[in-house]
Design a binder for this molecule. Structure first.
Ligand code: MOS
Length: 746
């Protein structure tokens, strides 16, 4: 029974991860942890060419090896269908070709066969014994991108060409970002089982509902015959948003052999078969008055894509609304290469796009001799000039002011190499950032149970960002019961349909549905409290009640006069009362009245030792406007992680292809360099915390991606300030720094 002493502890929104103990104790089940009775292991055979076709595929030796159940290839795979065109994010996937669909090889590592055996070792050995011969052609993985196709115009206003031609000051530069590979610690995996009618698929997916819909269509069964489960994920960074071919190999083999099948993608396959952020090449033209007011902005971007799928990175995502300018055009196009299909990576579009745009703004500031913070303040728009709509909530100016103050920006001297500290040269750079804020249609259920507990359930998932924790917190705050009495159930298509864990939308989407579900459950409790002769408040109208600290009471009486909700259930012999909540999506909504985005300001410091050409990122101050921050602890953690990833983007990360053979050559964590602790700067995270009530009743937007946007541009701008070298093609390489004028005079 609830009493003052058992009321929820006041967390002040800093509740530690509710799933933390499960993870550190090894109780949390990740996909590859599932071992089902009679389970077999699948190991794919990957093409060793990047372009050509399969001439012969000899599986006889592999089939005769110990433990081998079957070797699949095009001829015996069984039917796999394509998904129907749907538009939007329904039954969506990036690599649309079903595995083994034809004998053409279009990228290095493409699956050409798969062995299923009793043990993993037997499957590997047999996969190595499959003999494939190819007709080989020269692949095209060139990094320079060109196309004769007319680019798509993403946004246009005024007369950008004329205004640029007549501008007093001009910047016209090309920027590039390399292929980046998602490297979550948990590898992609599928554990598929089939009971003669229904599939149960344990998957590493950021979107169980979409995964179910894709799998049902490709396997040719009704959606209700597929259940997808993803309770815990070792992150995804966007790479696990959509299904990849290995999922269908596992599911199809499980059906064919009538045994569960596990397939775990290896680290090297992660560089081939499960997407990557594509290479981008971007031209930015800025025209400005001598005072620094933008008169024209043109942003033309290309990204590479695979031979069969057109994946557009969307580099213009933030271009049309970032700055005030009467004349603007943003275009984009794709160029086909012999690579696997690219996919979303944390902040797709905006992150590489803002690297180019914010770098160009820094170059404009330099050529005008205006402080780069000042230049941004001067060009701050009053509304979204691309959509001609007001912003729901934009506090970029405050982010710049707060960041400048925290960073100590007023002490910056603009001359290259002019700032020294402890024998090293300092460079200071700044960039603005933004990211879309949207919601997906969501349903959720909240059960109030006779033991005083509450259960909240939704077919969304927690990719490690804190969805379990934030939902527990919202339910605790709304019901006034402690976290120990709340069960959050996610990651299962048997639950009410929920959003993807992507776009930084999950929190903003789920919370309104959960609040709606809580309110509906409370209404039903009020009815139960008043109906029937022995109900505790027999004869009262449901409108007369309030719900405070887990207790039902009359509105005009204190909470202490009421009864705990569980007492009403016990009295009525009910195990649970459910509320079904829902919320609408905003994505693609026709009658949009506001432009909804998150914003932020990134300040970076680098240290530079010209004698040995050593550059390090030493300090980042990041100020984020992401609406109301529901729990600063995981929110801060998201921003810190994004900054660390941004250091990787600026300094280290690039997937390199051998242009002769189309092979991703640094396909492992020794050669693909990611930021380590030793590379991580001191990070200061501030949230300006303005609730965005346009987006949802709590005013929360989402923090998964915004922290990465702008970081690389802040670092390359700081690098220019320290070294005099303007790096326009990421990552910054030592070869770039050896050109430093500051080094030649050192
Ligand atoms: Mo994010 S790239 O939408 O997982």
């Amino acid at each position: 029974m609830a009493s003052a002493s058992t009321l929820p502890p006041k967390t002040n929104g800093t509740l530690p991860r509710v799933d933390g103990p499960l993870k550190v104790s090894g109780v949390a089940m990740y996909t590859s942890d599932y071992n089902l009775p009679g389970m077999l292991y699948a190991v794919p055979v990957c093409a060793t060419i990047a372009k050509g076709s399969i001439k012969t595929l000899d599986t006889s030796q592999a089939e005769a090896m110990p433990g081998v159940k079957k070797v699949y290839q095009r001829k015996n795979m069984g039917k796999l269908f394509r998904t129907a065109p749907s538009g939007g994010l329904s039954a969506y996937l990036d690599e649309k070709r079903p595995p083994f669909d034809d004998d053409t090889v279009r990228y290095y590592g493409q699956y050409v066969a798969a062995v299923v055996a009793v043990t993993y070792e037997q499957a590997i050995a047999a996969a190595n014994a499959v003999i494939v011969t190819y007709t080989t052609e020269k692949p095209d993985v060139r990094s320079h991108l060109e196309t004769d196709e007319k680019p798509k115009v993403d946004s246009e206003r005024g007369k950008p060409d004329e205004a640029f031609a007549n501008a007093a000051v001009k910047i016209d530069e090309n920027y590039g970002t390399p292929v980046e590979t998602h490297n979550p610690i948990e590898m992609h995996a599928s554990v598929a089982s089939w009971d003669g009618q229904n599939f149960t698929l344990y998957e590493t997916t950021q979107a169980v509902v979409n995964h179910r819909d894709v799998a049902a269509q490709m396997l040719g069964v009704p959606a209700e015959n597929v259940r997808v489960i993803s309770r815990f994920l070792g992150s995804g960074f966007g790479g696990k948003l959509w299904p990849w071919p290995h999922c269908m190999i596992a599911a199809s083999a499980a059906r064919d052999l009538n045994r569960p099948v596990k397939l775990v993608v290896t680290r090297d396959m992660m560089f081939q078969n499960v997407g990557h952020r594509p290479r981008t090449q971007q031209r930015v033209r800025l025209g400005a008055t001598a005072e620094g007011k933008l008169v024209s902005l043109m942003h033309d971007s290309l990204n590479h894509t695979s031979i069969l799928d057109d994946y557009s990175e969307g580099c213009s995502e933030a271009t049309s609304y970032s700055y005030s300018t009467p004349n603007l055009r943003a275009t984009s196009g794709v160029v086909k290469r012999n690579v696997g299909t690219p996919t979303s990576m944390r902040g797709p579009g905006a992150v590489p796009g803002l690297f180019a745009l914010e770098s160009a703004m820094d170059e404009l500031a330099t050529s005008l001799n205006i402080d780069p913070v000042q230049l941004r303040l001067m060009n701050e728009p009053e509304k979204d000039e691309g959509l001609n709509l007001p912003f729901s909530s934009r506090h970029l100016v405050e982010c710049l002011h707060v960041g400048a103050e925290k960073f100590g920006w007023s002490r910056r001297t603009p001359q290259v190499g002019s700032m020294k500290k402890d024998g090293v040269t300092l460079g200071w750079g700044v960039a603005g950032c933004s990211w879309i804020a949207e919601r997906m249609a969501t349903q959720a259920t909240v059960d109030l149970r006779d033991d005083g507990s509450a259960r909240v359930s939704c077919a969304t998932q927690d990719i490690g960002t804190g969805t379990y924790t934030v939902l527990s917190q919202v339910v605790s705050e709304k019901l006034g019961i402690p976290h120990s009495r709340i069960e959050v159930v996610l990651g299962d298509t048997a639950l009410p349909s929920g959003p993807i864990s992507g776009g930084s939308w999950a929190t903003a989407s789920v919370i309104p549905a959960v609040i709606d579900a809580i309110e509906k459950a409370q209404q039903t409790i009020f009815t139960a409290a008043s109906q029937g002769t022995d109900a505790p408040f027999a004869g009262q109208k449901p409108e007369a009640f309030a719900f405070t600290d887990g207790r039902v009471h009359l509105k005009d009486k204190p909470a202490s006069s009421g009864v705990p909700f569980e007492a009403i259930l016990v009295k009525g012999n009910m195990r649970a009362i459910s509320g079904q909540g829902k919320s609408e999506g905003t994505l693609g909504a026709p009658d949009r009245k506001f432009s909804t985005h998150s914003f932020g300001a990134q300040f970076a410091e680098v240290t530079w030792e010209p004698e040995i050409a050593r550059l390090r990122v030493s300090r980042v101050v990041t100020v984020i406007d992401a609406g109301r921050i529901l729990n600063p602890k995981p929110a801060r953690n998201q921003i810190e992680g994004a900054v660390v990833m941004g250091v990787g983007m600026a300094m280290f990360e690039a997937t390199r292809y051998d242009e002769r053979f189309g092979v991703p050559i640094n396909n492992n964590l020794a050669d693909y360099i990611v930021t380590t602790n030793a590379d991580s700067p001191e990070i200061d995270v501030t949230f300006v915390d303005y609730p965005d009530k346009v987006l949802n009743p709590l005013g929360a937007r989402g923090v998964g991606e915004i922290g990465l946007a702008g970081i690389a541009a802040a670092i390359t701008s700081a690098t220019y300030h320290a070294t005099g070298v303007r790096v326009r093609s990421l990552p910054i390489r030592i070869e770039d720094l050896l050109q430093a004028p500051a080094r030649r005079t050192a």
